[in-house]
Design a binder for this molecule. Sequence first.
Ligand code: PNS
Length: 163
Amino acid sequence: MRTGLYPGSFDPVTLGHLDVIARAAALFDRLVVAVLVNTRKSPAADAEARATVVREAVAESLPGLAGRVEVVVFEGLTVELARRAGASHLVRGVRSSGDLDAELSLAHLNRHLAPELDTVLLPASAEHAWLSATYVREIAAFGGDLTGLVPPAARRALERRRG
Ligand code: PNS
């Protein structure tokens, strides 16, 4: 069984992330989506909340994949999680040449740490190439319309957070 690991912040999960999840799930028997705990930025509970939203988004928006896509929270090196999960490949989405530079560096470093682990870079679909979680957070903070940017589960979570 081939397992892929898609790590990220998912703060929040966007339609671009869901597109990568759907396309990566077509390449592997099992896809583990790992939500990063960044202790410098936010507590672990925050990552748990983000993972819950990713789980809901996969269940609602990609129901056919629910049995093959697993969402976990992780703290530490991605390569360690990949080894524990039995993943053969990491998956990352690339929107632009700026992304590509950063992703190449990450892929090379991860391969240095774990030579058995390779990275698959998926070009973002054209309709999501401009979509960024950072701007989504900004739009949400000012009460802007999130239609077409995030799945309903993320919109509900952002609206709850805003109160
Ligand atoms: O969605 P993001 O913020 O672009 O994801 C970045 C992420 C989580 C993939 C990256 O920061 C990561 O892998 N962090 C875990 C620690 C690690 O393994 N760093 C890479 C060492 S070369």
